[in-house]
Ligand binder design. Sequence first.
Ligand SMILES: Nc1ncnc2c1ncn2[C@@H]1O[C@H](COP(=O)(O)OP(=O)(O)OP(=O)(O)O)[C@@H](O)[C@H]1O
Length: 286
Amino acid sequence: MAAALQLDRVSKTYGSKGGPNLRAVDNVSLTIREGERVALIGASGSGKSTLIRLAAGLILADAQGGGSGAVHAFGIRVQENGRLAREVRAARRNIGLVFQQFALSGRLSVMTNVLVGVLGRISALRGTFGLFNADEKRTAYAALAEVGIAQHAAKRARELSGGQQQRVAIARALVQGAKLVLADEPIASLDPKSAKRVMDTLVTMSRDYGIALVVSLHQVDYATAYFDRVIAMNGGRVVFDGPASKINAGFLTELYGASAEELILPSQFAVAAPAVTHHPSSQPVS
Ligand SMILES: Nc1ncnc2c1ncn2[C@@H]1O[C@H](COP(=O)(O)OP(=O)(O)OP(=O)(O)O)[C@@H](O)[C@H]1O
């Protein structure tokens, strides 16, 4: 069975005017299995966002030759050796993105934003003119109901709160039929209650539909509350990849020194247990 995501010796170097180049991701190899849920943690600037963008083929890895810099999703090549793969569109069809920036089109309705998830499957012409059929609309509405915001379907996306917008992005990934969801700091800048709802929704979706999930998180407390496997990055490298149960304050200080502090929530913000519902009879909404 092909891995949901496979990275082979992937690096990304950013040039800076007058200064030294910065290696944001340094020779990372990792495998995420189908249906697996993984939290990606690390202090600010450790390379989490860059890694997620590389995985989605939104940015190109360094060209180093020798089969390095290869990214595959479900066995389909996304990029290799600093070039996007010819089959990248097919690979992306399986990948849902839940990103804070460029997530939604604020002036379009919530419903239309979710319908964008269908675009991978319908003709470009029909998509351009927004000609979605009744079946597609029903599917999109069902996905919005699934993430608990069907009542906002007709509103413009920008009228929704940050947490609601993240749930629209999750509904879009469901409609898309994504088998892997990459979420880049989906709860950054959300209040604790909204953050919990977004995390609950992501994990419920993953459990119910067997969707692999990679979530970058600033706060380790969410990583340990919601995930079995944690990948920790520092200076562009993977410094830990293992069970969440190993992560505690002492271990984080070993990994990050003083910057461990920014990863640990003050106790008044302790993360409540996940409210993850399981519907064994659920059918994919797509
Ligand atoms: N487009 C870019 N050009 C130049 N440098 C960049 C670019 N994007 C990221 N970097 C640098 O690469 C490093 C890794 O950044 P990245 O955003 O991946 O880290 P992060 O772990 O996601 O951080 P945060 O938690 O603050 O989002 C940082 O030093 C950052 O300044």
